[in-house]
Each structure stands twice: as C-alpha cells, then as structure tokens.
Design a protein around this ligand. Structure first.
Ligand code: FAD
Length: 556
C-alpha cells in the first residue's frame, strides 16, 4: 500500500491515533516524529497537490515561479490595505505537500535569541526559550556542503549548527559577481554594516552569508525531508492528498471540555465529504491562514462574529484569527551597467536552457541557489528620534529592526514590462518588528469560501518609521509615498492562533499547544507564534513543531 494516496478508498480505514490537518512545514514534522513510535498510527490530510516532480519546487532559483496564481498556491489576496493606498496584495500560501516549505524562498533564518526568550516570557513556559530549544534546532537542521563544495571557512560558524538533523541547510553554491562587493562594504563601513560570520547564532546583527534550506543544489522541504523515502515507508503513516478539511466535528465532551476528535474533509478535489476520527488527538497544522479559518468554520472563535455569519458558536475563543502579525516588505532596485545579473537568466531563453541543463545533469550553476546570497540584520541607529515617540518594539538588544535582502537582480518572473533591457542591483527591506496587527475573519458559513485576510500593514506609526529608516540606509528618496505604493508582504504571517499562558483570558492555545477550553485538539504551525520573530519564519516553525512532537509523545 502506497503511503501517500489521493483517494480515501486507498487508505486502510478512517480511524487513526492522530489525524494531522495540513501536510505542511509543521504538519510533516509531527507526522514524522509521532510515527517513530510504531504503535502510533497517523493520518495526514493535505488539501494540496503532490510535490513529486514539481520542477519549480526542486530548482532553487525557480522559487519565484511557484507563486502567485499557480496550482501550488492557495492564491489568496488581502482585503484592500488602508495604509497602502487601498491596494490588494497577493498573499501566497503553499497548496502542495510540504506546504509553504515547498514554495518559499528557502532562507533559513532563526531570528534572535531575544525572540525566543520573549516567547518564553509571554507564555510563562521556559521550554520556548532560545537555550531550551537548541536540541530542537539540532533535530531539524542538517548542515550540508554547498553545491559547488567551495571552502566555507569564515562564512558560517559550525559551533552553532547540526550536521545530523533531517532538513538540509547550506550556504550558496554559486558565486554571484556582487558577493565580493557586499563583503567589501562590511570592511569599509563596519559601523553601519558590520560583518557577522553567522547570523543564526542567536546574535543576528550584521551582514552575513545566507543559509538556505537547500541540499545538493535542490530544495529541502518538509515533504522531501520529513517525508523522505526512508520515512514514508512506515506502515503506521498515511498521507491523503486533495483532502480539503471543512471543519472539526464536536464529538461530545471529555475532561470537562467539548472534544473535537473528528474531521470532515473532501475526498478528492470537489469530491464528497468524508470523516476521519482520531482516537487520541487531532493536530491542526493548516498554517496561519488555514488554522484560524478551520477553527472558525468549526464554531471555535468569537461567538458574536460566528453567529453573525450563521455558524453556531461551540467554544467562545475571541482571539482566533486576531493578532495577525507579518513583515511588510519593499523591493528597492538600482540600475547597473553589468549584464551578469538575474535578469539575463530570466530574460534570455537560451541562457536559461543551458543553466537548466547544467542543474539537471550536475546540480551546478546559477540555479542551485535561491534569490540572494546575503542578508543584513540591522537596528535603527541609537540617535534616531523614532523611539522618543514610542517604545522599542524589538525583542531585545540583539534583535534587528529591519532586514536587507541583497540580490544580484530581480528574481520575479515575468519581469516587469517597464524595465526595458535594463539590469539591476536589489536591496529589499523588511520591517522585522511590526507593531501593526491584522486579522483572519470569515463572511460566509461555506467552509470553502476564502477567509478575509487583513494584515493591516503599516497601520502603526513605528512600522512606517522603521521602513523609512531601512530604505534611507539603503539610500532612497521620497520615502513615505514610495513605501505606501510599493510595500507588500514578506509572507511571514503568524499569531492567528497565538499561544498564551495557561489560564490567560486571551490567546488560543496553552504553552503545550492545546486549544484552550477544548479537549483532543492541538495546534502546531506558525499561527501559534504570539509575535513574528525578527527572521523569516520557517526555522521557528520547524523548531516549534519539533518540540511540539515531544510534548505530544510525552502525553501519550
Ligand atoms: C512565497 C513565500 C516565501 C517565503 N519565503 C520564506 C523564506 O525564504 N524563509 C522562511 O523562513 N520562510 C519563508 N516563508 C514563510 C514560511 O514558509 C512559513 O512561515 C512556514 O512554512 C509556515 O509553516 P506552517 O506549517 O505554519 O504552514 P504551511 O507550511 O503553509 O502548511 C500548511 C499546510 O496546510 C494545508 N492546509 C491549509 N488549509 C487546509 C485545509 N482546509 N485542509 C487541508 N489542508 C489544509 C496547506 O495546503 C499546507 O500544506 C515564505 C512563505 C511564502 C508563502
């Protein structure tokens, strides 16, 4: 019996110890770790398609081709953004096994130690602190040589990395002509842009070499790693694709709380609805958009809001879908006279075909890397007046307020039509410590109608001030209007099913990730992070999932 199947008729049954909703970044970690114990049976319900043989998901340089508006994306859009001149933004999420780890830009960035220590403080659970999570970083990460096997001495610090985990991470495997100039800047302007040999050490500040979830020149996702060939042959693990979950079913009560141990889903795209049952727990891992959407569809959320759309409230949990935080992002580009930039590959079919042949035959050449070889993690200067008006929103002194993503050209295809034959140098900027909070809500009782996604970007003054500072340090003019006209998402939403201390009157899950006031249901994905870390969010998601797997195993 194949373990990854497309129809219910190919499953041995519909009752398992654990039913995991979403075969994404976190969901596949849980599936892997729980089935290490041969006695635990696990079913993963994934709405999206198979990742097998999806070339754009395998070839790192093709990552921008996976979103938006493809079969691998949920193709969500935001509500019109009041503070972005009313613009509606694409809001991609992976609709494919591996979830967003199969379509993301692969940057492996942990954030700062301060971020995790703040999670521990906010949840009153020291288990979420930087030090206590180190074993879980190590279980996740497998640091591997870059595709070109170059000498990486001085480009990362091995002391902070694991070479034995499951998910491959590597440095860039193809040199870009700008690499030397970026490093030269760190020696010429060490005050503003100091070099940091390893920005994943917990002290992230400075400019460093990008580490990415790539192994041997190929993307490493939760599907290729945690559901790799050595794991999917486990007889106690089943994965059902094209299974879109509509809602959780109330199955009586246990331990004094309503229990939700059944899941209603589609058997095939647009197919009939079926139900799966968990003897032990349902694990909701549908991501920062999918998870609150499914909770609301199931009657778990703000009772007044649910009643208004015709859904009977079963558990009044007003924080569901609130508290969305995401990084606003702006692409800043400069004309260059070089033609050895990304535009050449994206513009010239002959060059692209030769590069693809090199990748296919040898896993070498420019396609082995994603869209950047360097990132910078920077605090606004101490002498700015920004923090006279409002408190410093960062998690602590080792935490950046903004990020530089440094690219040898524009990575998105198709290229904008108004750039002619020009070539570019790109420093994108992101606010890492946003104060703005958005929401996921619904305006329909149809579980398959898309939710309303409002990241509410730049609705708080500190966010636009920090973005201004970020672009100023990358040298740009006419800043506010430029920002409102160009900012979009960095695709890092979290917090929509946030974790809070046990007994708190706000939040959606306890520090052991059980849904408050509910039995038989936990949430394990990026939605539980109460605040977005000062880093891209996959590393934190993987590490939270690794610890969550241990918490679940311990309780059974
Ligand atoms: C375009 C893009 C680029 C990004 N770039 C980076 C980057 O470079 N570095 C980085 O660290 N982070 C990046 N991120 C963010 C990072 O990928 C996410 O934070 C992380 O993968 C989230 O993991 P998750 O487990 O919470 O959700 P996901 O990985 O999205 O998993 C959720 C899964 O649940 C499934 N699902 C949802 N609803 C249902 C339903 N109703 N029924 C059944 N299944 C359902 C989805 O199909 C999906 O497979 C990027 C994200 C995007 C979208």
């Amino acid at each position: 019996l194949a373990v990854i199947v497309e129809r219910v008729r190919d499953l041995p049954g519909l009752e398992y110890d654990f039913v995991i909703i979403g075969g994404g970044t976190a969901g596949n970690v849980i599936a892997n770790r729980l089935t290490e114990n041969a006695k635990h049976t696990v079913l993963v319900l994934e709405a999206g398609v198979s990742n097998a043989d999806v070339l754009n998901s395998m070839v790192p340089f093709f990552c921008p081709r996976l979103t938006p508006n493809t079969a691998f994306d949920w193709n969500y859009t935001t509500t019109p953004q009041d503070n972005l001149n009313g613009r509606v933004l694409a809001y991609p999420r992976g609709h494919i096994l591996g979830g967003s780890s199969s379509i993301n830009f692969m940057a492996y960035t942990r954030g700062s130690s301060d971020d995790y220590d703040r999670y521990a403080r906010l949840t009153r659970d020291a288990g979420w602190s930087w030090d206590r999570l180190q074993p879980y970083f190590r279980k996740n990460e497998r640091f591997t040589p870059p595709a070109d096997d170059h000498n990486t001495t001085g480009q990362f610090n091995p002391a902070f990395h694991s070479f034995r985990g499951i998910n491959s991470v590597s440095l860039a495997g193809f040199p870009q002509p700008i690499d030397g100039r970026v490093i030269q800047t760190t020696t010429e302007l060490p005050g503003e842009f100091p070099f940091n040999m390893d920005t994943n050490s917990g002290n992230q500040l400075g400019i460093g070499w990008t580490q990415s979830t790539i192994g041997g020149g190929v993307r490493s996702s939760s599907a290729t790693s945690y559901l790799g060939p050595q794991f999917v042959k486990r007889r106690n693990l089943h994965v059902l694709l094209h299974a879109q979950v509509a809602r959780l079913i109330h199955t009586g009560s246990s331990r004094g709380n309503p229990a939700f141990r059944e899941v209603e889903f589609t058997d095939g795209v647009g197919g009939p609805r079926r139900r799966a049952r968990a003897r032990k727990e349902v694990i909701l891992s549908a991501g920062s958009i999918g998870t609150p959407h499914i909770l609301l569809n199931s009657g778990i959320g703000d009772a007044t809001d649910l009643t208004r759309v015709g859904i009977r409230p079963l558990v009044h949990l007003p924080s569901v879908g609130r508290n969305l935080s995401d990084h606003p992002f702006v692409v800043n580009q400069w004309l260059v006279n070089s033609v050895d930039t990304f535009e050449t590959i994206n513009r010239n079919a002959t060059v692209a075909a030769a590069d693809l042949q090199l990748w296919t035959q040898e896993k070498m050449g420019p396609l082995v890397d994603g869209a950047f070889n360097h990132n910078g993690w920077i605090r606004v200067p101490r002498n700015t007046t920004i923090f006279n008006k409002f408190p410093d929103p960062s998690a602590g002194p080792h935490t950046a307020h903004f990020e530089f993503v440094i690219s040898n050209g524009l990575s998105h295809v198709p290229l904008p039509t108004n750039i002619g034959n020009n070539s570019f140098f790109v420093v994108s900027t992101a606010v890492l410590t946003p104060v703005s909070r958005g929401s996921i809500t619904i305006n329909s009782s149809d579980p398959f109608a898309p939710p309303l996604i409002n990241p509410n970007f730049l609705s708080s003054e500190p966010d636009i001030s920090i973005m201004r500072e970020a672009i100023r340090s990358a040298r740009h003019e006419e800043l506010n209007e430029f920002i409102r006209e160009n900012a979009s998402s960095f695709f890092h939403p979290v917090g929509t099913a946030g974790m809070s201390p046990r007994g708190a009157r706000y939040g959606v899950v306890d520090p052991d990730l059980r849904v408050k006031g509910v039995d038989g249901l936990r949430i394990v994905d990026a939605s539980v992070l109460p605040i977005v870390p000062a880093g891209h969010t996959q590393a934190a998601t993987y590490v939270f999932a690794e610890r969550a797997a241990d918490l679940i195993k311990k309780s059974w």
